[in-house]
Design a protein. Structure first.
Length: 107
């Protein structure tokens, strides 16, 4: 699993939470983090993905992806983002990850 794939999964989780629970801090993060604005692997604000890569710099695989995602969100030190991320259980994360990785996507 690539760093960008993990970044996209985090974005999907937070975006789904935002759809149900509008929150300004989350909206601002999602706006800057959007990985689908450009064709390359990155974010709307390149600094967001660069920071992500500096925080999540260990090998990522299916088994540790949820833990790595949680580590990144916790590292941002923004309680609204962390609480939003915790809305998904590890088992739901794995189901979403299976679906995401089995469909065509940017890597």
């Amino acid at each position: 699993m690539t760093q960008f794939e993990l970044f996209c999964m985090i974005y999907y989780v937070l975006d789904a939470y935002y759809d149900q629970n509008k929150n300004d801090a989350l909206r601002l993060y999602l706006s800057d983090a959007n990985p689908f604005i450009y064709e390359d692997s990155g974010s709307a604000d390149p600094a967001v993905f660069t920071e992500f890569c500096s925080i999540v710099n260990k090998p990522i695989d299916y088994r540790n992806s949820y833990t790595m995602a949680k580590y990144y969100i916790e590292h941002l030190n923004k309680p609204a983002l962390y609480d939003s991320f915790l809305s998904i259980s590890e088992s739901d994360w794995c189901e979403g990850l299976d679906e995401f990785l089995s469909n065509p996507h940017k890597k």
